[in-house]
Design a protein around this ligand. Structure first.
Ligand code: HMG
Ligand code: MG
Length: 302
């Protein structure tokens, strides 16, 4: 088995992480987090989302956060845009990439974005066209590819169906998301294989929440299939307001520790990443939800 030699991580902490915090996080703190992540070597950061502030008030400062970032050359900044209203609002912020987000589960689609899977594709279609006309790439997040909080287990053919729809409307790259973190390695591989029917291995990411402690194992299982793009979240921040009980994405620090230990390059400085995770965790008044970060922080103290 040949594992990828290099892995690209997209830190989704500022978006997936901070969308789920009960306490308000000032825009200045979000901006500082993005700066620390780019200084640590992250080459793509999912900064915010242009969604309804009534649904997700935590992201209402989207434009302010995007405007406050001092951009670093070579770093890509992505934002979520579920419809044309979100896309139009995002354009002035000049994202490099926009993310449409659908679901393999009909019930989750309705709860999360208030429309069916078929309707969501019709909302995404003009977003893809408009983004491409402006030279932006489009990523498609696919939620509930293993399990759904409302429908239970999701069969791989439903993942293939959604991936096919994403491909048809011109989405460049898709993320196979285990939204509620129930997946185990073989189930996640089945979801990835279903996606591989429509996208090549270079255009698929893994996005694994760690609710059941399976996300690192699922990452390794993905590497075994040649997947080399992953969404991870600094300090393990995250969750989805419409997936109750789901915890954060796998911590970026834990994935970087694992990959570096396997001799796989990420371009990320683990020490600086740990500082970024510590910064946001202190701002939120808790310890990082990363085993590797806490172990290395304890070691620093001697
Ligand atoms: P809707 O109610 O169907 O939209 O919401 P609508 O077009 O009928 O409009 C209703 C109201 O929303 C109107 O305002 C619109 O102006 C407003 P009102 O007249 O009532 O004052 N509106 C918007 N406002 C700002 N930005 C917009 C926008 N669109 C409409 N883009 C909508 C549809 C998608 C907007 C809504 O359901 C929503 O905002 N949902 C939140 C979805 C969300 O952010 N979920 C979390 C992110 S996804 C996730 O975490 C999963 C992921 O990590 C992968 C994984 O782990 O699975 C990506
Ligand atoms: Mg997520």
């Amino acid at each position: 088995m040949t594992l990828p030699q290099r892995v690209k991580l997209v830190d989704v902490g500022p978006r997936d992480g901070l969308q789920n915090e009960k306490q308000p996080v000032p825009a200045a703190v979000k901006i500082e987090l993005v700066h620390r992540l780019q200084d640590a070597g992250l080459s793509e950061i999912e900064v915010t989302s242009f969604v309804s502030p009534k649904w997700v008030p935590q992201m209402a400062d989207n434009a302010e956060v995007m405007a406050g970032i001092v951009r670093k050359s070579g770093v890509r900044y992505s934002v979520l845009t579920p419809n044309m209203q979100g896309f139009d609002a995002a354009v002035a912020s000049r994202p490099d990439e926009v993310v449409v987000f659908g679901s393999a589960s009909e019930a989750f689609s309705l709860k999360n974005i208030n429309c069916s899977i078929a309707q969501s594709i019709e909302r995404f279609r003009p977003v893809v066209l408009a983004a491409k006309a402006l030279g932006m790439t489009v990523r498609g997040a696919m939620s509930c590819t293993v399990g759904c909080p409302y429908e239970g287990e999701i069969a791989p053919h439903r993942v293939a169906y959604l991936a096919g729809l994403m491909k048809d409307i011109g989405v460049d790259h898709v993320g196979v998301s285990d939204t509620i973190g129930v997946g185990t390695p073989l189930k996640v591989q089945r979801a990835l294989e279903a996606t591989l029917q429509h996208y090549d291995v270079d255009h698929i990411s893994g996005h694994y929440h760690d609710t059941y402690g399976q996300a690192l194992a699922n990452t390794l299982a993905s590497l075994e299939l040649g997947i080399w793009n992953f969404d991870t979240s600094v300090a393990g921040l995250g969750g989805c307001p419409y997936a109750k009980g789901a915890t954060g994405n796998v911590a970026t620090e834990d994935v970087v520790y694992m990959l570096h230990g396997m001799g796989i390059e990420t371009g990320i400085d683990l020490d600086k990443l740990i500082d970024a995770g510590n910064f946001i965790s202190e701002a939120l008044g808790r310890k990082p939800l990363s085993r590797a970060a806490n172990a290395l922080l304890a070691k620093r103290l001697g």
